[in-house]
Design a protein around this ligand. Structure first.
Ligand SMILES: Cc1cc2nc3c(=O)[nH]c(=O)nc-3n(C[C@H](O)[C@H](O)[C@H](O)COP(=O)(O)OP(=O)(O)OC[C@H]3O[C@@H](n4cnc5c(N)ncnc54)[C@H](O)[C@@H]3O)c2cc1C
Length: 413
């Protein structure tokens, strides 16, 4: 029997079945009866975080039912709705999210459950915008937890360990317009010496680079109209003729537009909804901002070994938050992301393990949705509230109904 796979085809789900309930009542019934069950989103994680030794539940057939609360400045939507669909809906109504990831196809709950982020010195992770979660708990009960409730900060980046989330409420704000500009050939020296100025050059700055060359190859700078202005040039880089991370004309067609103002929903993501990237592997390490330049110096030293396996690295920033397993818990944070070509998988995985070990002493947290090696004890040292997370998850799920091999290895130990 062919096992279902994740997007990158590097994880084959061991779960015996995938159920697609169409109503909350059907889901409650399913959860109450299953000895082991776990929720799956759009399967974009590069590991088994969404797997189960029992069965899986996919909420894609549940209604999205997007409801805006204008007075409360929130939107509530079905957990499986894609960020792209949610953003388009909000923009049509004159509302906006504070940030988005590079890819619009990921599900709302899958993204927030793993601490997914975009870039922006003043912008928190996507998870930081969560105001409430409605979920089915282990006994089949439907509960809602809200920001400020006891344990809420532990449950947002929840890795599926607390229950099956059915609806998510996010903070929203009035719609705004943005533009994005491309730059190329930034000086590594300038980036390392004045990293704050580089990352502060716009509302959302992403650097794209290989590690061994003399320059940071390219940058995307996204500026919010009325708040920031795109610089003419920065860090020795000049305005680029081409969008930064796009290798081919085909990719170019599917990028969100450059050099012209437009709605936030078509600028914060890098890719358009209809674009599906070619398969590859990803790993990412989230380091405290104070350690970012030291981390980049270490990686530059490995450039000769990293670059032959690398498609591109993306460097992004995010504001600190209070969510226990968030990559940005407690400190402004920099994401050092690697899109790996998957030609030589053992070599790529060896490099991922080596980089994770190298950056751990600097506080480098591996992204929960990407390639992860750290054992629970090692990761607990990076997350001051890990013990609280475990205790809360066991309170919600004493029999381990939502546990899986990923959680056992990397969280519970
Ligand atoms: C091409 C590509 C680009 C990416 N870009 C970015 C990026 O820009 N920034 C970034 O930070 N990450 C990025 N990622 C990683 C991605 O955002 C995360 O892996 C995210 O978790 C994917 O969401 P998903 O819907 O596919 O969730 P899945 O991978 O299916 O699941 C992830 C987690 O969510 C949980 N979950 C799903 N549904 C529910 C539910 N109903 N209730 C409770 N828990 C649930 C699962 O149990 C699991 O723990 C990218 C990945 C790919 C493949």
């Amino acid at each position: 029997m062919t096992r279902p796979e994740n997007w990158a085809q590097n994880h084959h789900f061991i779960a015996g079945a995938i159920y697609r309930p169409v109503s909350t009542d059907a889901l409650r019934h399913l959860v109450a009866r299953a000895p082991h069950i776990h929720a799956i989103g759009s399967r974009h994680s590069f590991n088994g975080v969404a797997d189960s030794p029992g069965v899986l539940v996919d909420l894609a057939d549940m209604p999205a039912d997007i409801v805006v609360d204008a007075a409360g400045r929130t939107v509530t939507a079905g957990a499986a709705v894609s960020y792209g669909a949610l953003a388009a809906h909000l923009e049509a109504l004159g509302w906006a999210l504070h940030n988005m990831a590079s890819l619009p196809q990921i599900s709302l709950v899958g993204a927030v459950a793993t601490g997914t982020h975009g870039s922006g010195d003043r912008l928190g992770t996507l998870s930081s915008a969560v105001a409430a979660l409605e979920m089915v708990t282990a006994g089949g009960d439907l509960v809602t937890v809200r920001r400020g409730d006891r344990g809420f900060d532990g449950m947002v980046v929840g890795l599926g360990a607390f229950g099956i989330v059915t609806r998510v409420t996010l903070d929203i704000e009035p719609s705004y317009r943005m533009r994005q500009d491309a730059y190329e050939g930034l000086s590594w020296q300038a980036v390392l010496e004045d990293f704050d100025a580089v990352m502060g050059a716009g509302t959302s700055v992403s650097l794209f680079t290989m590690w061994g060359g003399p320059v940071v190859d390219r940058a995307r700078v996204k500026t919010r109209l009325g708040a920031d202005v795109a610089p003419a040039a920065f860090a020795g880089g000049t305005a680029g003729a081409y969008p930064p991370d796009l290798a081919s004309a085909d990719h170019l067609r599917f990028s969100t537009p450059f050099g012209v103002a437009g709605p936030w929903s078509e600028r914060l993501v890098h890719m358009r909804m209809e674009f599906h990237q070619t398969r590859h592997l990803q790993s990412e390490y989230l380091v405290p901002r104070s350690a970012a330049t030291a981390a980049m110096v270490l990686l530059r030293n490995l450039g000769g070994r990293i670059d032959p396996q690398l498609r591109i690295t993306e460097i992004r920033s995010m504001a600190a938050d209070r969510l226990w397993l968030s990559p940005a818990f407690g400190a402004d944070t920099v994401g050092l992301h690697f899109s790996w070509e998957a030609f030589d998988v053992p070599a790529v995985l060896g490099l991922c393990a080596e980089i994770e070990d190298l950056l751990r002493p600097l506080g480098g947290r591996p992204h929960w949705g990407k390639v992860v090696f750290g054992e629970a004890a090692e990761l607990a040292a990076l997350y001051p509230r890990m013990a609280d997370f475990r205790a809360l998850a066991m309170q919600f799920d004493p029999a381990g109904k939502f546990r899986n091999a990923f959680l056992d290895r990397h969280v519970f130990g």
